[in-house]
Design a protein around this ligand. Structure first.
Ligand SMILES: [Zn+2]
Length: 313
């Protein structure tokens, strides 16, 4: 067995797990080398054994290798509620976004009657291009979760088949109304990690993933709306925060610079919006509602209460 043969075999095995495991070709080669040259195991058997080791590590079955899938559950978007599940879906491509990393070939939103979900298609997966507005049967996609939000990943074992029918896409936006009863920490003028594909909010200048980094300023409000029965956590992004508070990112930076303290921004915002009533519409993100649209209401949201007051005037 020549070294270059082992290398080729190792590369082939490595290639099958690049989407699932962070493994090194050298490690694969070393394992093969030990079996073949030290224990004199035939190459085919060594290859099967090493492959099995990685299948175990990835929590995968053999039939998940090399495409075809089969045996997966056919799920709807709203059914996706845990990471690392291998599933089949019938979906329409709602939106394509610009990939921000070379490793990503396509990224965007898929949808069906039950809602929408983010997808990522790896460059290494070598899959055909998905087109916006077209419907597809996707087999062998794997679910993922980040901060309570689910997504699906298309990998090299995924098969894509364009459908003749159109899968209708439902609206998963919700509308919540209530008094803004709390503004949580991590609101106001914040700093985010500038690393590619990482937008984590920095804590004391540190990203939980990338350590100490030069952060980029952003505005955000994590608030709690209370309608008298339930509370809903709502996230306002920069645009929504500006609309909500009338404070722009530039103004917020100036306020923080004048005071040599970023927390003055959240304090100022709190003063203006806490206790006011809002109607917020947007998609859900884990337990949060992302404010796409918002409206300040005049007073209590309980229509009956308002009516009683109106009659008593
Ligand atoms: Zn980071």
């Amino acid at each position: 067995m020549t070294e270059s043969d082992l290398r080729t075999q190792a590369e082939e095995i490595h290639e099958q797990f690049t989407d699932q495991l962070d493994i090194d070709v050298d490690d694969v080669e070393e394992r093969l080398d030990t079996l073949v040259n030290e224990y004199k195991v035939p190459l085919n058997e060594a290859r099967r054994s090493v492959t099995n080791t990685y299948l175990d590590e990835a929590g995968m079955d053999r039939d998940q290798l090399g495409g075809g899938g089969g045996g997966n559950e056919q799920v709807e978007v709203a059914d996706v509620d845990s990471p690392e599940e291998w599933v089949d879906m019938r979906v329409t491509v709602v939106e394509l976004w610009d990939p921000r990393a070379d490793a990503v070939a396509q990224v965007g939103l898929l949808g069906d009657e039950t809602g929408t979900i983010k997808f990522t298609k790896w460059s290494k997966s070598d899959l055909p291009e998905l087109e916006e507005g077209k419907s597809y049967s996707l087999r062998n996609v794997v679910t993922d979760e980040y901060q309570g939000r689910f997504s699906v990943k298309l990998n090299r074992t995924t098969t894509i088949e364009e459908l003749d029918e159109t899968i209708e896409v439902g609206d998963d936006s919700v509308e919540v109304e209530g008094a803004l009863v709390d503004i949580q920490s991590g609101s106001g003028l914040i700093k985010r990690c500038p690393e590619e594909d990482c937008t984590r909010v920095l804590q004391n200048g540190r990203c939980s993933e990338h350590g100490e980094v030069e952060g980029e300023f952003d505005l955000r409000i994590k608030g709690v709306l209370d309608d008298g029965e339930d509370v809903t956590e709502v996230i306002f992004d920069e645009e929504a925060t500006e609309k909500l508070t009338g404070i722009t990112l530039e103004e917020a930076k100036e306020m923080a610079m004048d005071a040599l303290d970023t927390t003055v921004v959240a304090d100022e915002m709190r003063e203006d919006i806490l206790g006011r009533y809002y109607r917020v519409t947007g998609p859900t993100f884990g337990r949060y509602v992302l404010a796409d649209d918002q409206e300040r209401l005049a007073g209590p949201v309980d229509a009956d209460e308002v009516l009683i007051k109106a009659r008593s005037i």
